[in-house]
Design a protein around this ligand. Sequence first.
Ligand SMILES: Cc1ncc(COP(=O)(O)O)c(C=O)c1O
Length: 474
Amino acid sequence: MSDPRDAALLTELGPAFLERLRAWMAAGRAGEGPVLARRDPLALGERWPGRFDERVAAGETGPRALALLEAALDAATHLHHRRYVGHQVATPLPLAALFELVGALLNNGMAVYEMGQLQTVCERGVVRWMADELGLGPAAGGLFTSGGSLGNLTALLAARQARTGSWGGGSNGARLALLVSEESHYSVARAAQVMGWGKGGVVRVPTDAAHRMDVAQLPARLAAARKQRREVVCVVASACSTATGAFDPLEPIADFCAEHGLWLHVDGAHGATHALSRRHRDVLRGVERADSVVWDAHKLMQMPALSTAVLFREERHALESFAQEARYLFEDDTLQWDGGRRTVECTKRGMALTLYAALHAHGAGPFRDYLDTVVDLAHAFADELEAAPDFELCTRPETNIVCFRHVPRGVAAGELDALQAELRRRVVDSGAYYLVQTRRREGLFLRTTLMNSATTLDDLRGLLEALRGAAREL
Ligand SMILES: Cc1ncc(COP(=O)(O)O)c(C=O)c1O
């Protein structure tokens, strides 16, 4: 039996793991192999059951670990594959993966400063840098947390505390509410439910033809909510929406919030990375006026999930989301450095150290280049779709999300939805591409998110050919 705690295991197995991962990533970027090979869950479960030997012979540990790695790669949706154009999940940088390994072994939990000293300092540094990129000003600050959903909840808890001071007293009997577009991510409505605001606590604002919040509707929605005796705390703007990548117009929304004394929260889980762009920053005009912004680094900053910044224009709000006392943990003199005061998590992964490492070792430039590359590609793909008579673009892309549908001649309008679903199924089953679908008010659309900097316009032309081919076979 080998000793599971022997540090030598790192160098005994490490090189083989790293070489296998390198080859797998390189093959994906070169377009080799399937993007996804569908595996039957029951067959997988039979091969990998929840039964374990009591002891394993010394010589078997390495082969067993490598066999499981092989199985994981075989069953993986290959995000590094150049023809992966599905969900908005990052293609993580190799250096980020290495620092995740560092974080896993150090396992410094960050709730209190002394349990994550460099992690805490790097988190503050990255937060400062992100706030500056957004233009939030010198008083800004924030925190990292485990995902955009938790980030939205954290920001909205701060909004509630700042506007009503209701921590510890529930909602003080008030019926609170937020205004948000009907295209917003479901985590916003979920956060309102978690806070006990009930169904009426989420007031939906209709969207315009481009799927952006229709700002002209805000006054009427606010008045209607107030008539229902709801105290509206904030407006949540999407930057951008998940389904089509539409950016709500932040400047007029900020004007509205200023006029009515409302907190402005910007859900920039996907789109806040546009702040780094040289060519595509305009979509965020007005973000510097937000009270809080959520920014997922595990989307357009190529970090492994989960890695989310919650940024406040005034740092003091970073301590308001969880304004309870936990004296056994937090000493007053270290208050400002103890991460656990700011987050749902007590123990937390050192996610910002990973992002800091990539920025430190590669520089900020490659992050700007990446954003511009994938968004430029989305524009080129949209041009291609507009020029093709048998494809219909949903809306002009503002980010790297492009939605469209195949409209071959002779297919009745009533059959278009079923056609898209069937084409997607066939193309994904073939392993050639991975894409998803989204329901719009106009019908069902195919949805691509161009996450991989190795993807080319030719790959996307190939996708259209694959869809045409699948349609011909029906
Ligand atoms: C706009 C938006 N907000 C929030 C989220 C939730 O983020 P996470 O998956 O990191 O919880 C997403 C996820 O896709 C999103 O697109």
